[in-house]
Design a protein around this ligand. Structure first.
Ligand SMILES: Cc1cc2nc3c(=O)[nH]c(=O)nc-3n(C[C@H](O)[C@H](O)[C@H](O)COP(=O)(O)OP(=O)(O)OC[C@H]3O[C@@H](n4cnc5c(N)ncnc54)[C@H](O)[C@@H]3O)c2cc1C
Length: 245
């Protein structure tokens, strides 16, 4: 028999969470990396010594897409989001490391995604050109009702199989992609900018993207925390059309 947890009652969430659990990242990391070829100028105090020059250098690197100086830093995020978000997230292969909770080694907890009223429900227009609009109250009610019902049913089936001794790795097949999962994701500023360029919509973007709202919610929270660590790099990213160098 599998071990069955006491907590089997499904709960429903609309938000994602992103915690910056570890970091070594600052604008000065970009500066010393860029200046390594000119001995004597390498300095961690560069920022405070000549902020205007530092700002100019970071902007130049971003504008002319000299990307490697933006790689000498590291940020580790703990992210809790539905599986369908992670499925999109893990397509980002370069400059990212991931570790996700296992559905083989632990019993999956019944926490499921249900969009809140702010999530636009209806797609209008053709692919590549479509927009999302709110949807009616009926559509919102239907979404909430059918999602919660089907999540309950799926989790019951999962529990029934576990109780009968079916392995977790087999029983999990009945669980939907709206189930929450959690992972650590480690990146650097360059790989994060590439991710943000694709997974957020922003008025400063030179190349518009049309990400799914839920991965964008994760991206927005990551960006907020990164911007505090590397304000000059973040400003240069926005100032140069949000194209990763
Ligand atoms: C709005 C949107 C819709 C999407 N829709 C779909 C979809 O319908 N179906 C689908 O399958 N995916 C879809 N994707 C995923 C998309 O195709 C990419 O897999 C994902 O955005 C990761 O981008 P990336 O490959 O640039 O990133 P990374 O994997 O992090 O790569 C970063 C960069 O490294 C270089 N690189 C990496 N690997 C290679 C390689 N093998 N060869 C050459 N250069 C390489 C490229 O320059 C790449 O841009 C979608 C993405 C977005 C943003």
């Amino acid at each position: 028999m599998s071990e069955i947890s006491a907590e089997t009652k499904p709960s429903f969430r609309s938000e994602v969470t992103v915690d910056l659990v570890k970091h070594s990242a600052g604008d000065s990391d970009v500066l010393w990396a860029a200046r390594v070829s000119t001995a004597g100028e390498q300095s961690l105090e560069e920022l405070s010594k000549d902020p205007e020059r530092s700002k100019g250098l970071i902007n130049f690197l971003m504008r002319d897409r000299h990307g490697s100086p933006f790689e000498h830093n590291s940020m580790t995020f703990f992210i809790s989001a539905p599986i369908f978000v992670f499925r999109e997230f893990m397509r980002h292969r370069v400059g990212w490391s991931y570790n996700e909770e296992s559905g083989r080694y632990r019993e999956l907890q019944p926490v499921f995604y249900v969009p809140d009223a702010s999530r636009k429900l209806v797609q209008e227009g053709r692919p590549g050109k479509y927009v999302f609009v709110d949807g009616t109250q009926e559509q919102q009610d239907l979404t909430e009702r059918t999602m919660t019902e089907s999540y309950r049913q799926a989790y019951e089936a999962y529990q029934e199989m576990l109780a009968a001794g079916v392995a977790r790795e087999v029983a999990r097949a009945v669980l939907p992609v709206g189930l929450y999962s959690s992972m650590y994701a480690t990146c650097n500023a360059r790989s994060l900018m590439h991710f943000l360029g694709l997974r957020t919509q922003h008025e400063a973007a030179k190349v518009p993207s049309f990400p799914q709202r839920e991965i964008e919610m994760v991206g927005e929270k990551m960006e907020e925390q990164w911007a505090r660590l590397m304000p000059l790099t973040h400003a240069a990213f926005n100032g140069n059309g949000r194209v990763a160098p």
